[in-house]
Design a protein around this ligand. Sequence first.
Ligand code: M6R
Length: 607
Amino acid sequence: MCGIFGFIGKRSAAPLLVDGLRRLEYRGYDSSGIVVKNGNLQVHKKIGKVSELSKILPNHIEGNVGIAHTRWATHGGVTDENAHPHLSQNGDIALVHNGIIDNARGLRKRLTERGFHLESETDSEALVHMISIGIDSGQSPLESVRQTLNRVTGTWGLCVLFKEHDLIVCARNGSPLIIGKGEGESFVSSDPHALTQHTQSFYLLEDGDMAVVTRDGIDISRLEGGASSTGLTILEDEWGEADMAGFPHYMLKEIHEQPEALRRCITGRLDMANGSAKLGGLRLDPLRLRTVPHVRLIGCGTALNATKIGQLAIESLARIPAVAHVASEFRYNDPVINPNAIHFAVSQSGETADTLSAVKEIQLKGGDVHGIVNVVGSTIARTCGQGVYIHSGPEQAVASTKAFTNMVASLLLFAIRIGRTRNFSREKGQSIIKDFQRIPDLMEKYLQNPGPIDEAVELVKDAKSVLFLGRGLSAPVASEGALKLMEIAYIPCLAYPAGEMKHGPIALLEEGSPVVVILPNDKHREKTIASMHECRARGAKIILIHEEGDVEATEEADISIPVPSCSYLLTPLLTVVPTQLIAYRTALALGCDVDRPRNLAKSVTVE
Ligand code: M6R
């Protein structure tokens, strides 16, 4: 999704801006651009990768103030003109903007009637012309941005550069923006990843904040006027630099990082003595856990699949109703909120607009929300103000892998905690925990010998569509496997609870149709095998993900991929891994851009 980077200091701005854009690349984008102040405002922008932009940049660009942008098209196609920065008509003001201006049509129309010629089809360009009207009428840079934003509805994280002033004006509403403070220099970005190599001192702007950023100072105020309460935050860079560590792609690296990431997530949280789990960030005392009427879990994409596993685990261990919700639907369905219920917002980035809207809807109706989030200090983490960090470390590939397993692990920890308070004995808790402690090692064992993944790739890579089946906890694993293959290899995939297959999707099956079946040794096994028979009878080829030693089941399969055995509750942490590898290697076989699939963004900051 769109990204912003800005710099003001004494160093040459252009190389820093380009480096900042490179660090934003993982988020997904289709064009990029920079503007540097050097007497005039020099803009360079180009569709395609940052490397395409670099090719058109002069060898040296003077100037130590500039702003830069990666664009993910929303208003207007992918063209050089629509790329940011946008310039005012006289070329004295430049703007980069993330988010969506809802009343842009009307604003563009009024500007055109006033004689402005708009160069692009974007909503963002209207803003720079409105700011220029303010400047021409004698307003200060800050005031011209404030007056403009007061006439606008929608969301923004934006930076504005002025030819006549040595400063950057920033504003945030619904789209993240962070200001970093260095020695005699300041930085702005929509993503902390782009800043952490420069500084650890940040101002995390809140919605409605505006800032004037200079080399030596940062002055934050509110859009409605008056001072802001946003203060300096020191973010410990526990993640360090996210490099490839010898892997050809981030996705493969992140798949292989799962055992270590999982250890980080569960270390110190498994409470063997009490047969329970400790989650310090959850403000839930035993009385609340005992009396809570139900649990609701909200997320999108991979996070949604994790919530579906959480739902089943919580119901199973705590014997209270739990429901997983699609975040993008939640707010608009005017949900009834019980303030006594427990709500979880699950998100890797902590910036997903749909999930954030759901959080705000719950809070507006008197409920409190706990975040289950990867990115420390992200908007969802801060808006919830309580919750669990999943500690996956930086996830750079658009296709989420290690965040999924750690979201599932975090939700399982909560299920153990609430289950222990309400339903099961210390001994049962201890037995689950003993199994949980083994999972990172079992993941490692599987990754050392992942089975016939390439044979599975041969079956799926040219298929018209691929069906993924599972029951119980394995149904969301099937959904996650399908999502992964679809998003990076562009193969239409359907995921169905295995029993539902005969009610419709079975019509798709023909000779050779690949079907991926997730089959742990659980109470659903026999029924899932029956579904597998139904598929085979129609000529389907079965790729079976099963537990080691299940010889009988493998007789039904064309390709069988064994994973280590573990207790039922923990099986998703292992059965999902082969589906990630199938997606990865299929995408490679088809020549797809594994880490940056087309049209997708790492964090989706528009609704
Ligand atoms: O950052 P989030 O976890 O909130 O992101 C939610 C989805 O956009 C994300 O999981 C998406 O589906 C991934 N590309 C899946 O691999």
